[in-house]
Design a protein around this ligand. Sequence first.
Ligand code: FAD
Length: 499
Amino acid sequence: MNRIARVVILGGGTAGWMTAAALSRCFGRSLRIDLVESDAISTVGVGEATIPTIHWFNELVGLDEAAFVRATQASFKLGIEFVDWRRPGHRYFHPFGRYGVELDQVPFHQHWLKGRADGGQHPLAAFSLATALAEANRFAKPVADPRSILSTLGYAYHFDATLYAGHLRRLAEAAGVIRHEGKVATVERDPESGFVTALATEEGARIEGELFIDCSGFKAMLIGETMDAAFQDWSHWLPCDRAVAAPCARVAETTPYTRSTLRPAGWQWRIPLQHRTGNGYVYASALVSDDEAAATLLRSLDGDPLADPRFLRFKAGFRRESWRGNVVAIGLSSGFLEPLESTSIHLIQSGIAKLITLFPDRDCDPRLARQFNTLFARDMDGIRDFLILHYHATEGHDAPLWRQARAMALPDTLIDKLAHYRRSGRLMLTPDELFREASWLAVLEGQGVSAQGYAPLADTLDPAQNLRQLNDIASIIARAAPMLSRHDAAIGELIRSAR
Ligand code: FAD
């Protein structure tokens, strides 16, 4: 019986409590789980926007949606509005869910491209109900019936990350997770295997385990400092290395989307919650001073700031060996890609899912680690390319960051994707890429990377019938959107159902 019986999690940020909640839910009392965190070391606490994969995590840990939305002051998210990205004064929306409907063997976007070649006038956005709802400040949940236009929707949440971690902590502790308050000062290792055997805190506690999950944030105390897993630096592609964040008072209805506005040395987020609005400026510190970045942020808040600006430092990249020996890094300790497409919480849950599937025995078979690391690298490579696309495909911005981004050498994988799309509107994705066709389509077209043709398969479509179908879909969406609930009403209704 070589089974692992004791797991130790270092860190009580979003990653630590998500991991604790998921492992305790999946393994029950067969696993003793200790979590060590220090109140003296603050969490990042700004991960507020998510993507639709959050649903499977919340289901995995058994969260009731209404109770969760109430406890975390959450709002719904239908996608991201990108302001000034393609060029100054331009806006586009990256929606969750799908464009159009499934008509036949020809992908919907090829119907649209063929229609455009035949004189169709509708912009891509006219085929997204999520986009129409976001514009009208309305919200609806997807339904399962494929005949309903509501089946094309997808959604995620904005939430207060600190409240989310607290919510998960209550759940995990109720399931038997033992929390230790203390600052880990020493990491003990087996001299032969190099495996970590115990964490000792400044306060004198010693916590033994067989498997250690590093959720210590950017510090990466176990995977970096102890196991020496190298960090692969991607800042030549994604040069933003700092953020300044400041919440402000909510002054109007909450919007069901994140807003990302391009700034000279980076971009600014706006994330609406029930009790406040989260804001931050992600920037390249080589190109703008902290004071100037904070001033830019504070000048453009909707309401009065609710706290002093808070600065965060980071570097784009990750550890190709996020699992080494008996240490598995989850969260910021494993790497970070800036929050332009709200992917960090997804990466945490994706790491947890992999860990559960590949959960080792006490000897920690290195093949499991290899598999974990290969899958994690694929996640990161795909997200990296998607983010670089946003930076690269812009026009009319003269600040150095944007001139450099337009001229930079792209990863080969992205060069291929762009070439295929430009030529025939083909979206060449591998099965395990996180961002799917609709997302790539939204950002490619939104940022001005237009398809010059369409795939041969679309020649099988009758031009007049295709244009009629496209008109019908656009008008169904235009008629449906104003009939659905206001966003705040939808939140209120859900919360009332919790009571
Ligand atoms: P942290 O929050 O840093 O937690 C680290 C924990 O380790 C703390 O509990 C600390 O006490 C503990 N610790 C460290 N050292 C020790 C020690 N020696 N002893 C004891 N305890 C220790 N993600 C999204 O999905 N959406 C977003 O919109 C988003 N926005 C972001 C914006 C910015 C600017 C940044 C930087 C990140 C953003 N993220 C976002 C990422 C998100 O915030 C993180 O993925 C998430 O908070 C997870 O952090 P963590 O738990 O790994 O680390």
